[in-house]
Design a protein around this ligand. Structure first.
Ligand code: 0O2
Length: 351
């Protein structure tokens, strides 16, 4: 309750004190200071208009600016009866008037009614706000799910492209195998193994290399999503087959790593090609990257055993195993070339 006349403050306090906790201020300035501190605890503000320092209109203006009027009902306590002033106050958003001299039951009833009305209004507004927030959250969830669905769709579509590229390379290799076997009376490769990189491995590799996990990033930065392993009996078949495949005029060789001529320190020997190969989809031709590894049967056996070591933790005497594997890899090279030599001698013999 804000009034500069002490008698008015005491009168109103007497009328309301048995129902409400009454806090008073003697001018607009003090009222705003108390409002700043207690505005969440106030049920209503009884406000005089004519006061020193800061008048009632200035308090209303400030309350409107701070949006306190939306929560706290303001009742004007004033000796003024002019329609003009009342209208001005109503336009500013005050809830009711209590005219001086004060009549106890009228004061109590007007205060009670305004507080009740505001309580209902605030409850309703809170419910509407909560409902709107719930709807917003649901909307966000639906949007996220739609996005995931979209991502899943484009990911499956991308995987389909890589799968098509695997099939394309596999078919070309099989055709070469058939032609080669007609000419040389033997197959240049024993087996083709293929695999599509798993979503977990794709994510792990992009993340490890610091690239974003997006469809464009997969296309740009990964070269081994589609992978083929061609297992040949003899080292010279590897080069012959690789040459026949890469000679095809619509295939581009993006990278070539010859670990047969330049074996890795651990003894690993294979020929790796990163190819860009066209695939034909309903919406046109597309180039897709494929990794093709060529190795001998013996080296394939070696690599599968050695690969296990990479994924095992705490292997006892791991260094000794690495050395042993290196010795085996060197023996395999010896063996591969000896077998090739034997094959050549058999081939050169007359039927
Ligand atoms: P996984 O589990 O077989 O897929 P890059 O792929 O280009 O980022 P890097 O190392 O430059 O990495 O390529 P590189 O040397 O051509 O090796 C690619 C793949 O060849 C490997 O894939 C292995 O499959 C195989 N490879 C390379 N070195 C070795 C080796 O020492 N031992 C064995 N067993 N396999 C090898 P990932 O992704 O490393 O493994």
């Amino acid at each position: 309750m804000v009034d500069d006349v002490e008698l008015n403050r005491e009168l109103l306090r007497d009328m309301l004190e048995n129902v409400y906790v009454v806090e008073t201020a003697q001018d607009g300035q003090e009222a705003l200071e108390k409002l700043e501190e207690h505005q969440t605890e106030l049920a209503a503000l009884l406000l005089d208009l004519r006061m020193p320092r800061l008048d009632g209109f200035a308090v209303i203006e400030e309350m409107k600016r701070k949006r306190w009027m939306e929560r706290i009902p303001v009742l004007i306590i004033s000796g003024e009866h002019g329609v003009e002033v009342e209208n001005q106050c109503l336009e500013l958003g005050v809830s009711d008037f209590i005219h001086k001299p004060f009549e106890g039951s009228v004061v109590k009833n007007r205060v009670k009614n305004v507080i009740e009305l505001f309580r209902c209004k605030n409850q309703l507004e809170r419910k509407v706000r909560e409902q709107a927030e719930r709807l917003e959250r649901q909307h966000q969830i639906i949007e996220q799910q739609a996005e995931k669905l979209q991502e899943a769709k484009s990911f499956s579509r991308l995987m389909l492209e890589y799968q098509s590229a695997i099939m394309e390379v596999e078919t070309r290799l099989k055709v070469l195998n058939a032609e080669f076997s007609q000419e040389y009376k033997r197959n240049p490769f024993e087996a083709i193994k293929s695999r599509l990189k798993s979503p977990e491995s794709i994510y792990e590799k992009l993340d490890r290399k610091g690239y974003p996990v997006t469809m464009d990033s997969i296309r740009e930065h990964l070269t081994d999503v589609a992978g083929l392993r061609v297992v040949c009996a003899f080292p010279d078949d590897i080069y012959r087959l690789a040459e026949l495949l890469t000679r095809q005029d619509d295939i581009m060789v993006l990278r070539r790593k010859d670990y047969i001529k330049n074996p890795k320190d651990n003894g690993y020997r294979s020929l790796h090609l990163i190819l860009s190969i066209p695939i034909f989809l309903p919406d046109g031709k597309k180039y897709v990257k494929v990794e093709v590894q060529f190795r001998t049967i013996a080296m394939d056996f070696w690599a599968s055993v050695e690969h296990k070591l990479k994924y095992k933790k705490d292997v006892a005497n791991a260094e000794e195993i690495v050395e042993q594997l290196k010795i085996c890899a060197d023996s395999i090279e010896d063996l591969d070339y000896q077998m090739q030599e034997i094959r050549n001698r058999i081939d050169n013999a007359r039927d």
